[in-house]
Design a protein around this ligand. Structure first.
Ligand code: SF4
Ligand code: SF4
Length: 159
């Protein structure tokens, strides 16, 4: 940004710039706010309302490049707003990931470890009953599994 002109002189607070502004702004106040990097003050002085007509610069007897400052201030305001939005999205994402990690950890804590589970015992009679039920099911599917074929007769050529 151009900050100096060969014929630029200090502001005399003459008020000519404010009288020339068709948008009823105070270019001098805007100028000093931006020089001091005070964007809160620049917003309060309605920087965004500037129509960039350049009349304040034309009217300034000190040849201060007011419009250059105003344009820089508007552009910087947009960039800072963009950066603020990106930072907020970044922080929100980090907070969401941390919350999800905490929720997953809490869910893991709720699942009992195998050592904490109650020991299930089964009696010998129950085992036998289960075996019997299994055999009954097999018999129902294959009613006759008996081997009816005779074994081969021993005493062949080597006997
Ligand atoms: S450039 Fe902006 S501040 Fe300057 S006179 Fe025009 S509207 Fe007003
Ligand atoms: S016209 Fe120039 S010298 Fe006068 S108050 Fe505005 S900025 Fe300052």
């Amino acid at each position: 940004m151009r900050t100096e002109l060969s014929d630029q002189r200090p502001c005399t607070h003459c008020g000519d710039c404010a009288r020339a502004c068709p948008d009823a702004l105070d270019p001098e106040a805007l100028f000093f706010a931006l020089v001091q990097d005070d964007f809160t003050a620049a917003r309060a002085a309605r920087l965004d309302a500037c129509s960039e007509c350049n009349r304040c610069t034309d009217a300034c007897p000190s040849h201060i490049p007011l419009l250059d400052w105003l344009r820089w201030g508007k552009s910087e305001t947009r960039e800072r707003a963009h950066a603020d939005g990106a930072r907020e999205r970044f922080l929100a994402r980090n907070a969401r990931l941390a919350r999800e990690r905490a929720e997953r950890a809490a869910r893991r804590r709720e699942v009992p470890s195998p050592a904490a589970l109650p020991v299930q015992t089964i009696s010998h009679a129950e085992v036998l009953a289960a075996i019997a039920r299994g055999k009954a099911k097999v018999r129902a599917i294959v009613p006759d599994r008996r081997i009816t074929k005779s074994p081969p007769i021993s005493g062949g050529k080597n006997s």
